[in-house]
Ligand binder design. Structure first.
Ligand code: GLC
Ligand code: MG
Length: 562
């Protein structure tokens, strides 16, 4: 997305804070850890070069052994795959290359049998233009399904108003059968549903109930900002902003007042939560893909904590590998999203540049990022392959399978290469690297839907499981530690002051147990005064002296107070 071109947002300095502890039992999802699977690229069991649901089932032991507790599965529903599943043509059906409904049920059962949870990816804002609802809707203005989508007459030969899509250009598309324009927040084959229509809304919420009844533990909600748009179709006001950012979705010279973060979308978050609350054993949760100011994010979660259980805090994708940056992030999130809000920590996904490639592909840095992510107060999200340090591939725009990248393919490649974010989402979606055999063990076929990164002989699961010093081992150990420690799951975090330059330190405590996390973000050795505890975990070279802690370059540790 264009917003990916942006460099980091500067955060305001805020004072440190620690939050009083509550004794109320928290729902399971506030303490969970999430592993995102992009099924197309995870594991192919039938040799067609495309990952499948059976592949997910076969790799559950790996996910469990890594220590993740919840799986977020990107869409596997029936779809023409124009946007690889983010264009759904049947919310209850399964795309044949992935499996069938029985396989989904088997997957849910297998996940639960391992004591894990699974959430699905719900694309509620739009359907595929191949969805039977849209096929009906476009037949005529009087068709009962017509109002299920957002239609308007054009102004002569021009679109109904000035609304721009999130990918640039007008979001209105003329349909020659309906003789009207339909609205699409994202790409033209993804027509927006009309949430002002109560029948459609009920039908969509029933789709959620369908999967909840089958035992799914919740949902990741795709572009939830765009659910509602203004029913009076006012023009969006002018704004002197070209590129949308994580905290401000305005762009393309428009304030997206009438198309993004509409107040009715906040109210809808509460309605959706009420549907989730119909299911109590176990409780279910939703995490929203939303962009906006902290206030907007809070509104999605509900002022009374009765909206989405969590939202992604995407601003952290623009992180700087510096203690000061992470210190500020912790302080900001604690101030803006204090308990019972639950921050989320996400550094990559199927749309964004791989996290290790934001850190010069340096494994030492990736280990410290994991240390931060797994010990801060919040729910960590890890994207498949991140735990083994899979790197961003290089795939020229002109060869892209990603339709969004194809849209940008007229941008000269050398300009695209200068961008800090990738314009080609294929680059973060290359097949999971399992071992050093054909196609990195992803498929028996050497003809995989996206090329395997040719560094797979060096970077793969099997190699990292053998190497006691690998990134994967760090993930596994940290996840294990987090699971067994009430302090690391607690609702408090205290940032420690007076640290040497480029050193971050914070504490997590619960019922008299205190863990101190210290991270040296620099390539220089650092000494930190004090030490009243024992070493619980360390990365890099560290040494505990009687009154001093020594940290080598890019070293980090966890101390348990005596
Ligand atoms: C979200 C998804 C992305 C998809 C888009 C449209 O941003 O993460 O992959 O293309 O929505 O559904
Ligand atoms: Mg919409």
């Amino acid at each position: 997305m264009i917003k990916q071109l942006l460099t980091a947002t500067m955060l305001l300095l805020v004072s440190m804070c620690s939050i009083a502890q509550s004794n109320k039992a928290e729902p399971w999802y506030t303490a969970t850890t999430v592993y995102q699977i992009y099924p197309r690229s995870f594991y192919d069991t039938d040799g067609d070069g495309i990952g499948d649901l059976k592949g997910v089932i076969e790799k559950l032991d790996y996910i469990k052994a890594s220590g993740f507790e919840t799986i977020w599965l990107s869409p596997f529903f029936s779809s023409p795959q124009m946007d690889f599943g983010y264009d759904i043509s049947d919310y209850r059906g399964v795309a044949p290359e992935y499996g069938d409904t029985a396989m989904v049920t088997q997957l849910i059962t297998a996940v639960h049998a391992k004591g894990m949870k699974i959430v699905f990816d719900m694309v509620m804002n739009h359907t595929s233009d191949q969805h039977p609802w849209f096929q009906e809707a476009r037949k005529s203005k009087d068709n009962p399904k017509h109002d299920w989508y957002v239609w308007q007459d054009g102004k002569g030969k021009r679109p109904p108003n000035n609304w721009k899509s999130q990918t640039g250009g007008s979001g209105w598309h003329y349909d020659s059968v309906a003789h009207q324009y339909y609205w699409a927040s994202f790409l033209s084959f993804q027509p927006d549903l009309n949430y002002h229509n109560p029948e459609m809304k009920t039908a969509m919420l029933d789709n959620l109930r369908y999967w909840l009844d089958k035992g799914v533990d919740g949902f990741r909600l795709d572009i939830f900002n765009s659910i509602y748009e203004d029913s009076a179709f006012h023009n969006n006001p002018f704004a002197l902003k070209v590129v949308p950012s994580e905290t401000n979705p305005n762009g393309f010279f428009q304030k997206m007042k009438y198309t993004i973060n509409h107040p009715q979308s906040f109210a809808f978050a509460n309605e959706l939560r009420a549907v989730l609350e119909e299911y109590k054993y176990p409780p279910r949760f939703a995490v929203g893909e939303v962009f906006g100011s902290h206030e907007v994010l809070r509104q999605f979660m509900g002022e009374g904590h009765d909206g989405l259980n969590m939202v992604f805090l995407f601003e952290i994708l623009d992180f700087k590998f510096k203690a000061k940056y992470f210190c500020k992030v912790l302080q900001t999130f604690e101030k803006e999203f204090p308990h019972p809000y639950m921050p989320t920590y996400v550094f990559s996904n199927h749309d964004r540049k791989r996290s290790i490639s934001r850190m010069d592909n340096d494994t030492r840095k990736a280990k410290l990022l994991a240390l931060f992510q797994m010990t801060a107060r919040g729910v960590p999200f890890t994207y498949q392959g991140e735990e083994i340090g899979m790197e961003q591939a290089y795939i020229p725009l002109k060869q892209a399978k990603d339709i969004l990248a194809q849209k940008y393919s007229r941008i000269p490649q050398f300009i695209a290469n200068m961008s800090s974010e990738s314009l080609n989402r294929d680059e973060c979606r290359t097949p999971m690297q399992w071992d050093s055999t054909t196609s990195a063990g992803f498929s028996i076929s050497s003809n995989t839907w996206l090329p395997v990164n040719n560094n797979y002989h060096r970077i793969n699961v099997a190699a990292e499981q053998r190497d006691s010093n690998s990134l994967w081992q760090v993930y596994r150990q940290l996840l294990q530690l987090r699971k067994s420690s009430k302090a690391l799951q607690s609702d408090t975090i205290t940032v420690l002051k007076k640290m040497p330059k480029n050193v971050l330190a914070f504490q997590r405590s619960n019922a008299g147990e205190t863990y101190t996390v210290i991270i040296n973000f620099s390539k220089k050795r650092k000494n930190v005064d004090g030490n009243e505890g024992s070493l619980l975990y360390s990365i890099g070279n560290t040494k505990l002296q009687t009154d001093q802690i020594e940290l080598g370059p890019y070293a980090g540790l966890i101390i348990k107070s005596n």
